[in-house]
Design a protein around this ligand. Structure first.
Ligand code: COA
Length: 141
């Protein structure tokens, strides 16, 4: 992800989350030395577009996925699966042995995506989102 992508990223972000990240938050991640921010582009209807993005940190062999979203019009076609499988390879190359993330208890699509990749539901963080609990999901690489 580069600064030039953020306009498209914000459009997807606002359509995806109750409390979307701001431009400053994405800019901060691009500059953060422990942060990895990637986009996935697809060719649709003869033109290329930014379809999805992910932001994760790697610290001491642990990866923490902070954000992942797919453009609403392109969901259900394997885009998140493609992005996640590529990123797990990036993590392995960076000596990651454990990946974790938080997901809203009600977010069935995301929980199902992560389960497909072998993530297990480790524990609940009560009221993590202010209006809902989070499930912490973990994958041993
Ligand atoms: C969650 C999200 C990233 C999935 O992206 P996607 O590109 O549609 O996912 P894929 O097409 O790769 O689907 C992968 C798996 O996710 C699950 N899944 C995807 N959409 C689903 C839905 N609507 N309901 C239930 N499971 C779903 C399925 O297990 C699917 O596997 P399958 O195709 O073998 O059945 C997307 O719905 C999204 O951007 N949601 C809003 C942002 C968000 O919630 N991010 C996660 C925060 S923790």
């Amino acid at each position: 992800m580069s600064s030039g992508d953020i306009e498209d990223v914000l459009r997807i972000e606002k359509a995806s989350f109750h409390k979307p990240w701001t431009r400053a938050m994405f800019e901060g991640e691009i500059k953060n030395p422990v942060s990895f921010a990637y986009t996935l582009r697809v060719r649709a209807g003869g033109k290329e577009e930014l379809a999805a993005y992910i932001v994760f940190w790697i610290v001491h062999g642990e990866a923490h996925i902070l954000n992942i979203a797919v453009s609403p019009a392109l969901r259900g076609r394997g885009v998140a699966s493609k992005l996640l499988s590529l990123m797990l390879q990036v993590m392995k190359r960076n000596m990651v042995y454990e990946v974790f993330l938080e997901v809203r208890v009600s977010n069935e699509a995301a929980k199902s995506l992560y389960r497909k990749f072998g993530f297990r539901e480790a524990f609940v963080r009560k009221n993590y989102y202010g209006d809902e609990d989070a499930i912490v999901m973990v994958l041993d690489l």
